[in-house]
Ligand binder design. Structure first.
Ligand SMILES: C[S@@+](CC[C@H](N)C(=O)[O-])C[C@H]1O[C@@H](n2cnc3c(N)ncnc32)[C@H](O)[C@@H]1O
Length: 442
């Protein structure tokens, strides 16, 4: 069914609800899940923009609103509208984020006020929204001067996060924060079991879609599109996977017939990659049964759901419940982490995390790693992967693991892969990852 473009007021309200849900602790993906189809693209664009600029939004709002509104949705609507109004009022020639949604100041004020009239419980906030936005129009220059020294507004990350990166990366923290505020590219990994990179490239070119090769089997799409509309999606020619993540599975150097464990597998990006690389016996484990169901869907689409693949919804820590005692030749431990390396792709993560999350994930990772280590065969390998850039979850975790296990020997692996901006290491940006490879001495 074709729908006319929704009114801006509807999209603003819908995005404000999503942002308020993130402020309440929900992930943006979950918060957007129930958005009606006709509102989805505009809501998503506004909510993602808000999350990438939320430090600035909060700083401006704090100056203009004496008391936080009791409605979180109104708080979020004010933050979002102030951000967009700021863009609208930028003078000709100002450096403007090319990704910023652009409306006239008049439309924004009008539509933000209209947004309060779309839900009965918000009607009373009409005057407040109108007054705050008009005050910003009058006082914008002074407001922007006042937030100049606010580091959260400057870098659009929580202060504790900025300080953690300053400590860990005294020379690179600014570049890392900049990279986290950029839009990452859409990167695909060709399923070499059913196609070749050249064939996929040709199919994309036939539809006027430019792609650039990356790594052994990757393709970077210059202009991202809805995934299911791209050539070869239904046929399983490729998976969406960041260029950094594509480095994981080959590090285990698997060969046909090996017994392999993918221990934290969902949604299955690396599971599929392992199965593309060799005919192995693969145990696919994840604690979350719903997420594991997505692995199965993905493997079916990619035509990789074959005999020898066993899916188990259990905790890696409770190996007595899923391990038959026969050791694995290779174990992939893509452990849960703060996901600090993928905040470019998921800009809500930085606002959802709390400083003590690092210590909590470090503890969980340690328990998972120790449990998995007992399943590794002599001469077998264990690959620790995180999509984090906090050293506690990465290099420090790897060193502590080595110190606990005297039979473990560290092998060559890329170590800390920092998220990068286009042009530095890859043809396009990639996420932040950590890889540490261990073998059990014979
Ligand atoms: C980083 S994600 C894995 C991404 C996946 N390897 C991929 O490439 O698509 C981490 C996964 O660990 C799972 N997980 C968390 N705690 C776990 C546990 N105790 N045992 C097994 N899986 C766990 C989560 O459900 C999540 O799916």
């Amino acid at each position: 069914m074709n729908h006319a473009a929704p009114a801006l007021s509807q999209s603003l309200l819908s995005a404000a609800r999503a942002v308020a849900a993130v402020e309440g602790g929900q992930s943006l993906t979950e918060a957007l899940a129930d958005t009606p189809a006709h509102l989805r693209p505009s809501t998503q664009a506004l909510a993602f923009y808000a999350m990438r600029h939320w430090g600035e939004a909060i700083a401006i709002r704090r100056l203009l609103v004496q008391r936080e509104p009791s409605s979180p949705v109104i708080g979020a609507l004010l933050g979002l509208s102030l951000l967009l109004l700021n863009v609208a009022m930028q003078a000709e020639g100002d450096t403007r984020d090319p990704a910023a949604p652009l409306y006239t100041a008049h439309t924004l004020v009008d539509q933000s006020v209209q947004a309060t009239q779309l839900q009965r419980a918000l009607e009373n906030y009409k005057g407040l929204v109108n007054a705050v936005l008009r005050r910003f129009q009058r006082e914008r220059d002074q407001v922007l001067v006042q937030i100049e020294d606010d580091i959260e507004a400057r870098w659009n990350h929580p202060a504790w996060w900025i300080r953690a990166l300053q400590k860990a990366y005294p020379d690179q923290w600014q570049g890392l924060l900049q990279a986290a505020n950029q839009h990452p590219p859409l990167t695909l990994r060709v399923n070499t079991r059913v196609s070749t990179r050249e064939a996929v490239q040709e199919a994309f070119a036939a539809q006027g879609l430019a792609v650039t090769p990356v790594g052994p089997a990757g393709l970077v799409l210059q202009v991202p599109r809805p995934i299911a509309s791209l050539p070869g999606y239904d046929q399983g020619w490729w998976s969406v996977q960041d260029a950094g993540a594509q480095m994981a599975a080959p590090l285990l150097n698997i060969a046909p017939g090996m017994r392999v464990l993918d221990a934290c597998a969902a949604p299955g990006g690396k599971t599929a990659h392992l199965l593309e690389l060799a005919d192995i016996e693969l145990t696919v484990l994840d604690i979350d049964a719903d997420r594991l169901a997505r692995v199965e869907q993905n493997l079916k689409r990619l035509k990789l759901m074959r005999p020898g693949v066993r899916l188990v919804a259990e905790s890696a820590i409770r190996s007595h419940l899923w391990w038959d005692g026969v050791p694995f030749d290779a174990v992939l431990a893509d452990v849960p982490c703060t996901a600090s390396g993928i905040v470019g792709r998921h800009p809500d993560i930085r606002w959802l995390r709390r400083p003590d999350d690092i210590a909590q994930t470090v503890k969980l990772q340690r328990e998972i790693l120790d449990s998995l280590w007992s399943t590794v065969a002599p001469g077998g390998k264990l690959l620790l992967v995180t999509c984090s850039i906090f050293p506690e979850e990465c290099e420090m975790q790897a060193q502590a693991f080595l110190a606990r296990h005297n039979q473990a020997e560290r092998l060559d692996a890329p170590g800390q892969l920092l998220p990068c901006v286009p042009g530095t290491e890859f043809p396009a940006g990639h996420d932040g990852f950590f890889f540490a490879l261990f073998t059990r001495r014979i």
